[in-house]
Design a protein around this ligand. Sequence first.
Ligand SMILES: *[C@@H]1O[C@H](CO)[C@@H](O)[C@H](O)[C@H]1NC(C)=O
Ligand SMILES: *[C@@H]1O[C@H](CO)[C@@H](O)[C@H](O)[C@H]1NC(C)=O
Ligand SMILES: *[C@@H]1O[C@H](CO)[C@@H](O)[C@H](O)[C@H]1NC(C)=O
Length: 457
Amino acid sequence: MLSSRIITNNSYRNNTIMILAEEQSNITDSSFHKMPMRNWWRRQYFHLRHLSPIWFVIVFICILFLIIIVPNPFSAQYSRSSINQDVQWKNIKEILEIKEQIFQNETLLNNVKVIRHGSNERQITSNILIVLYTTIFRDKKFCSFSIQRIFGKSCPSKHRCLWSCDHKKFREADALIFHAYDIPLYRTSMPSRSETKPNSVWILWSDEPPSIINYGLFNSYHFNWTISYKLNSEVSIATYGLFSQRDNLLSNNKYQQWTGKEFSNRINGALWFVSNCNAKKRLELFYNLKYSSKLLIEGYGRCVDNYPLHLCSSFSQCEHDYMSKFKFYLSFESNTCQDYITEKFYKAFYYGLIPIVYGPERSDYNRLAPKNSFIHIDDFDEDMNKLAMHLEEIHTNITLFSMYHEWRKNYEIIIDSKALERVRMCELCQRLINIRKGEMTYYDNIEKFYTDKCNYI
Ligand SMILES: *[C@@H]1O[C@H](CO)[C@@H](O)[C@H](O)[C@H]1NC(C)=O
Ligand SMILES: *[C@@H]1O[C@H](CO)[C@@H](O)[C@H](O)[C@H]1NC(C)=O
Ligand SMILES: *[C@@H]1O[C@H](CO)[C@@H](O)[C@H](O)[C@H]1NC(C)=O
């Protein structure tokens, strides 16, 4: 109260001084043609004088707020501070619908899971206790996190899901999570089914392909659900990245500005950062493409002989600088496992490049990415001459270039791991809430589930 009065008094005094100064200058000013303007200003000034100074402060704060908070649609993609955004659950309904189809198809022809459908009634009507039984890469994940930080603000049923990383609570748990990598490390042995609640859901979490984890070890546990990159896992969306629908479409104008700028700034062909040198086929493809293309095709990493040990750390300025000079990124996976599409793919989009993909089948990519957003090597029968010609066409024709980025009007790309984790945990929560009475699922052969269509390449 006191301080606001002081402000008013001060500004009142300033106002009077300013009016006096203006009247003085009026007397000495003889140029007549300036008078209408001056009168106009004086009228405006008179109106303003009657406004409380608090309004100026409010307007100032609002402008400041707009400048800081409202991000430019594309510059935001590169700023580290705003990528930890919460994904709106409603903005990912497309992928959830695709999963519904997959589950329906799965019931028809399925040989790894045992599935029995339940009634229409929900199994659990109260809260659901999720217990993390093992660690996740030796980390007791989400232990002291709030509900919002685990499941995300927009998660519809978040308040009904409780999280505990105290494994001693396994007897009360409605769902138990075991992380594949940590099971062999864990000091306490696995519980037995008879010790846990009769309807508890045992979940195996693993985002690694079978070349890294021996899934044969877990067959006998007959886990009920999996959390993985495979779309036929109960919990699978947002493992390595996610397309989320924009709340507001990007205008044609903004889009054209962006494509124009990117088309001319990205002067080089394709870029590849590679660290795993064991996958040989993709190295061969890389060199074939490099030698058949007129554009600059560059690889960085210890297996690409010209550039030993030259890798940027993730989300560094170095990475950003490289990624801004190329039109294409080689998002080559190390194997063909179904749906094993990693952050290499999403990162390319994030930095504004067109990914050239190799690994899983085109149909796997189609389920996760919008139309005309990427190039699959299979479309060119692995013929690098044909691919090189197509890249040159895109490189020189802005209409064609623009076609591959058209999706940006409708979608945003999410790669921040914390934001992705919240989406994943929300899918878990939503599915647990939805279990029907009498429903049953378990994996008869979890190894077969993970090794389906898997070849190391
Ligand atoms: C489900 O199966 C139908 C018929 O085989 C197929 O057309 C459709 O693409 C499948 N859906 C998914 C999401 O795999
Ligand atoms: C550029 O690509 C578009 C779309 O494929 C095509 O219609 C057009 O003729 C091309 N322009 C030139 C100059 O090649
Ligand atoms: C979980 O799997 C076991 C078999 O391992 C099965 O008896 C039980 O009914 C399953 N529970 C649910 C909720 O699917």
